[in-house]
Design a protein around this ligand. Sequence first.
Ligand SMILES: [Zn+2]
Length: 86
Amino acid sequence: MEIRIREKCADCLGKGTVPHPIWNLFYREHPGQVTTEDVFCWFKAHGYRYLPWPSEKMRCQSCGGAGVIEEWVSVKELLEMVAAQQ
Ligand SMILES: [Zn+2]
């Protein structure tokens, strides 16, 4: 027997989106207040001279943007998952 389970996505915490990796890099290099000029110059220097830079959020690859993961598991697997959460 298998049971279909539905869990909040651990990668996006149920939001369905995750920060784009290039924006993570940008914010690591700009921990304080940023201006539009900072963003413009940084992206221009990182290969976005002619291309528009990506938006800050991208769809979560793990859940496809749904924010939840649904899967079929056996009763044995389910019991192991429950035991691991306690
Ligand atoms: Zn997700």
